[in-house]
Design a protein. Structure first.
Length: 628
């Protein structure tokens, strides 16, 4: 595990100051790898890394080369099947100089060429230089667990694990991408290949890019995507058959990801996903946090699961200095997300890092097995749509939205308000309607006329494109595909990577083993949502290992009392970031609309926490990264 970065000059010649340039880039990634640094320059290619030593502590220094040093690589992540790969490669005549999983990449490339990412089971971001063929390769793991950013023009390529490393190269102009900003405000993350900076892109999950160093031509391809199985192949399998397959594969994936030469533990919320991972791990250290507000505190459930499984559990009720914490965490948000749960994710990572260097998490379970309430909302909306339009638009909608939101995380009133808001959005968005926090009407009012004139991409374009790519799947399976390729990759995994790496903690996600993902998408939708029960089949598997009351309880989610904090603890931050003079000066957002959102939220009439938080995060990002 580490952070990687580098640049490629298509002239084939390094400039005199390129060593210092690479040093500056590597320095920005210290938090990702405090144990060691490595860097090298060959034939106009400069690559460097910061290492968090997990496997082969005394060896495994990067960059790593093949036998004749014509192929070399830097790599971020872990290759879980490297013992088997190494054995096969040695049998084919390759010679290894270390016990590191990284070395399987260079020897694998010698044998398999561009197909090397396809044989890797792990999480990875790879930069590889083939000096003989004058080629450079970038590759990202199947599900996009590890980040990889790049910038390319006619003269050079710049890449890295974080945008801040690319900016430290001094080779990139900083210019806001207004379409990405509009998407960020709408969805709380930047979807697909884009970032907030024009010209800087993300390599997508399951993608690789090959660059011809003589011409500078880049060719990207999708080497893996979530399979679309033929339902007829498994039509004979019962729910019990699927349960047995899920349990066997999840336990196999989890144990494969426990390979480590350093202390290892798990995040445990007491929910189904993390509890099953903990059960599969066996005797292990687990970690969880809670807040003073009882509706945001799940420690009781985590403790019940830990006691049942007999694990060594550590938890903590957090009373953070949120003002200082905000400033600290925003340093790691050079590719920003508007997800409030960056705070608890960071805090539980910090707690875990006091005891272990690697932690397994339950991320991905909701997207594979149908764990979000948005899927149920989509089902309910079919019934709601049968009501006369006049009744929905003129009576039910206005009546429900007139109810003031409560301070609870969810609650009946808050759920009802969110349902009618989402139900009024375009049907083409299906379940993602309940993830869109800025309607077309609000977007029109929020951006200035000048900004609207240069925004060309509809907010829903990436969602519509993904639904088109989902292929001939059942409705729920299409929705799970879209969430796995967007919300999970661009929001959840980005959050976990940034916040765990902020404390130099490696996180692993057994649910996102490609074999686990392929299996999950073979399971018929009727076994995932049953009679209003989300994640039904996974819950039956979990009930074999943890108390039923921990399995069959309302889903809470991992969040903070942001509604209240914006009016109290975060009020100074909002006052600073959303000042009238700075809003008007930037000319992006319409101040009267921003002022109205603030006023309504503070009065308790409306809960505008999502949109206000996104505006706050962008304001800080703009001051921190665009103005630098």
């Amino acid at each position: 595990m580490c952070g990687i970065c580098g640049f490629v000059r298509f002239s084939g010649v390094c400039a005199e100051d390129d060593g210092n340039r690479l040093e500056n880039m590597v320095a920005t990634l210290y938090h990702r790898g405090p144990d060691e640094k490595g860097l090298a320059l060959h034939d106009g290619v400069a690559m460097g890394m910061r290492r968090l030593a997990i496997i082969d502590l005394s060896g495994g220094s990067q960059p790593i080369y093949n036998e004749d040093r014509t192929i070399w690589t830097v790599f971020n992540g872990e290759i879980y099947n490297y013992p088997d790969l190494k054995t096969r490669l040695i049998q084919q005549g390759h010679q290894f100089g270390s016990e590191s999983d990284t070395e399987t990449i260079v020897h694998g490339y010698e044998t398999h060429g561009d197909r090397v990412p396809e044989i890797l089971n792990g999480m990875f971001a790879i930069g590889l230089h083939d000096r003989k063929k004058h080629r450079f390769i970038l590759a990202r793991d199947h599900l996009g667990i590890k980040p990889l950013y790049y910038y390319i023009n006619r003269d050079y390529l710049v890449f890295g694990s974080e945008i801040k490393a690319l900016l430290a190269s001094g080779l990139i102009m900083r210019e806001l991408d207004i379409n990405s900003l509009a998407a960020f405000i709408s969805w709380e993350y930047i979807p697909g290949h884009a970032t907030l900076l024009s010209g800087i892109h993300k390599l997508g999950p399951g993608e690789m890019a090959s660059i011809d160093l003589e011409t500078g031509r880049m060719v990207q391809r999708q080497y893996w995507d979530i399979p679309c199985p033929d339902p007829a192949e498994d039509i004979h399998l019962t729910s019990r058959d699927w349960e047995e397959r899920i349990e066997a594969q999840l336990f196999r994936s989890t144990r494969m990801q426990m390979i480590s030469d350093v202390p290892l533990g798990a995040f445990l919320s007491g929910g189904v996903d993390s509890s099953l991972i903990t059960a599969a791990m066996g005797r292990v250290q687990t970690f969880s946090i809670g807040f003073d507000d009882p509706t945001y505190n799940e420690l009781g459930w985590a403790r019940a699961v830990a006691e049942h499984l007999g694990v060594d559990h550590t938890d903590e009720i957090i009373r953070p200095d949120v003002y200082k914490l905000f400033s600290h965490l925003m340093q790691f948000m050079d590719d920003p997300i508007g997800d409030f749960s960056i705070f608890p994710t960071y805090l539980v990572s910090r707690l875990a890092r006091q005891h272990v260097t690697v932690a397994l998490s339950g991320d991905g379970g909701d997207e594979l097995f149908g764990g979000y309430e948005t899927y149920l909302a989509q089902q309910s909306c079919r019934l709601y749509d049968r009501l006369p339009r006049f009744l929905r638009r003129n009576i039910i909608g206005p009546l429900v939205t007139s109810l003031p939101p409560t301070g609870k995380k969810k609650g009946l009133i808050n759920k009802a308000r969110r349902f009618v808001e989402g139900a009024a959005l375009p049907r083409s968005l299906e379940h993602t309607r309940w993830r869109l926090f800025v309607s077309d009407r609000l977007r029109e009012a929020l951006f200035t006329r000048e900004a609207r004139e240069v925004i060309t991409d509809p907010a829903a374009r990436h969602i519509e494109d993904l639904f088109a790519r989902a292929g001939n799947r059942e409705e729920l399976q299409r929705q799970l595909y879209v969430d796995t390729r967007s919300y999970l990759c661009d929001n959840i995994l980005t959050k976990v990577d940034r916040m765990s790496m902020a404390v130099s903690l490696e996180t692993r996600v057994p649910y996102l083993d490609p074999d686990m993902v392929s299996l999950a998408f073979r399971i018929p939708a009727r076994f995932k949502l049953e009679k209003g029960q989300t994640k039904a089949i996974l819950k039956r598997v979990a009930a074999h290992h943890i108390p039923r009351q921990c399995v069959y309880r309302p889903k809470e989610g991992f969040s903070i009392p942001i509604k209240q904090w914006l009016n109290k603890e975060f009020r100074p931050i909002m006052d600073t970031c959303l000042r009238e003079d700075s809003i008007r000066r930037d000319g992006i957002f319409h101040w009267p609309t921003v002022e109205r959102l603030i006023r309504e939220h503070r009065s308790g009439r409306e809960n505008h926490s999502h949109i206000l938080w996104a505006l706050i995060v962008f304001s800080d990002w703009q001051n921190r990264w665009l103005a630098s």
